[in-house]
Write a protein that binds this ligand. Structure first.
Ligand code: MTE
Ligand code: MO
Length: 449
């Protein structure tokens, strides 16, 4: 069938020529060598596909993806991987050369970057899918390889598209720890995957930036927003995306932008509350740990890993429990003894890597006072050991010294519940949630080098 806007196509020795409704002259739509290529995409009929629409989606991703990359790298730095027990990727080599010691203020630092990383990542999904849809004829382009340069470009697309699919799917699965399904750690896969994805992304941007700018200039965004279905015509035929035999429009470009933009904003609206709290939290329908989710625990805020799941037994946390401090001397403290020390109270967030966060008012013993008790008044780091399952975590000297860092005994005026870490848990400002270890058994302070 012939498309609505092309009256006829004329192949001759100089290529394929098309006469269009909206033009008085014919345009060359393909060089002679491209004829086969043109035939290979005849089955892609949407009149909306074209460089302008692809470039609109591309521009959104060009802004969003680097923010994802930057917040992701920062999130890794926030683990303080300089301490090997904290580092899920000890062989990062040069890829870790940017790493630095994580700050303790502003206290919402990790909450912000991780909240942005997860919420924006989810909001980009509809745009990513739309972008992939808009370029799908290229996947089936024929001949698949036209030159050495074209081969390299296609290889970069493997990194780009494969990387995008991998990064988005591992990220989404990790929100609810559904990533046990594959045989590698989320942190390792998502980290190395990000670098490969960004390699493909960078090559793609270098190759396509000029074309994107030209395509964006080729049509007015405002005019598109005013154009209804009946006036929606294909973009001028090109050698990659525009349908050679377009079907009649069943949707305007503004309709597509509304659907994709609306889907993106809807996802954002339904997830941002997991980080922002407040009214939006009630909208956080996909929440796995938010206050509207089944995970809401004692003390009325989300529990991530319950005491039962960590294998905490009643006798471990009964009157016999002692906090063991090690440094230049060993000290053993009961919960009563800890409560008798000077206590500090601060409003601090738990901001989980999985994207949710919650701000509560914690009361406990400043970590620096415990360091002094252990005979290490100038700590360079502290290793935390917990009851039950879960590996060691090391906090930096700066984290121990921050006046808000504490071994919390109470929250919002009540004793910690067992699920929130009773008898005592660590709370560190601006750190990833996982550094706020629950059910602490031992703290080993090491003096500054
Ligand atoms: N001992 C221990 N501490 C832990 C965890 C754990 O599994 N075991 N989970 C951590 C993670 S990943 C987060 S986000 C916070 C969640 O604290 P909450 O359950 O009190 O909300 O606890 C952290 N402390
Ligand atoms: Mo977490």
């Amino acid at each position: 069938m012939t498309g609505s806007s092309i009256l006829r196509t004329t192949p001759n020795c100089r290529g394929v020529w098309a006469m269009r409704e909206d033009s008085t002259s014919s345009v060359r739509i393909a060089r002679p060598t491209d004829r086969e290529q043109l035939r290979s995409r005849v089955r892609w009929r949407s009149p909306l596909r074209g460089p302008w629409l692809t470039s609109v989606f591309g521009l959104a991703l060009l802004v969003g993806i680097p923010i994802e990359f930057a917040t992701g790298l920062l999130s890794y730095a926030a683990y303080n991987p300089r301490f090997l027990v904290n580092d899920p990727n000890p062989h990062h080599g040069i890829l870790g050369s940017y790493l630095f010691d994580w700050a303790t203020n502003p206290v919402w630092l990790y909450r912000l970057i991780e909240g942005v990383h997860v919420a924006l990542g989810l909001a980009l999904v509809p745009i990513l899918l739309a972008k992939l849809w808009s370029v799908i004829p290229k996947l089936f382009a024929w001949p698949p390889v036209r030159s050495a340069a074209h081969l390299l470009e296609r290889l970069s697309l493997v990194l780009l598209v494969g990387g995008a699919v991998f990064e988005f799917s591992t990220g989404i699965l990790n929100i609810d720890y559904l990533n046990g399904a594959y045989g590698f750690s989320f942190y390792t896969g998502h980290f190395y995957g990000a670098w490969l994805f960004m390699a493909g992304f960078t090559i793609h941007v270098v190759l396509k930036f000029g074309r994107m700018v030209r395509a964006l200039r080729s049509r007015s965004f405002r005019t598109e927003l005013r154009t209804g279905i009946s006036d929606t015509l294909p973009e001028p035929i090109d050698d990659e995306l525009v349908a050679p035999e377009p079907a009649k429009a069943t949707m305007s470009r503004r309709g597509v932008l509304a659907v994709v933009g609306g889907a993106s904003l809807t996802v954002l609206g339904l997830t941002a509350g997991d980080t922002t709290g407040g009214v939006l939290r009630r909208l956080a329908l996909f929440s796995t740990r938010g206050e509207s989710a089944p995970g809401v625990g004692p003390n009325h805020f989300p529990v991530n890993h319950t005491a039962a799941s960590a294998g905490i037994l009643a006798e471990d946390v009964g009157p016999a429990w002692r906090l063991e401090l090690a440094g230049t001397r060993r000290v053993s403290l009961s919960r009563q003894a800890l409560l008798a020390m000077p206590l500090t109270t601060a409003k601090l967030p738990i901001a989980c890597t999985e994207g949710w966060s919650t701000v509560q008012t914690w009361t406990g013993v400043p970590l620096i006072d415990l360091a002094a008790l252990a005979g290490v008044p100038k700590p360079g780091r502290v290793a935390l050991t917990t009851i039950g399952s879960g590996g060691k975590t090391v906090l930096s000297g700066a984290q121990v010294r921050d006046r808000h860092s504490m071994l919390a005994l109470r929250v919002n005026g009540a004793d910690l519940s067992l699920d929130h870490g009773y008898p005592a848990r660590v709370i560190v400002p601006a750190a990833p949630g996982t550094h706020n270890r629950k059910w602490i058994r031992q703290m080993t302070f090491v003096a500054e080098a």
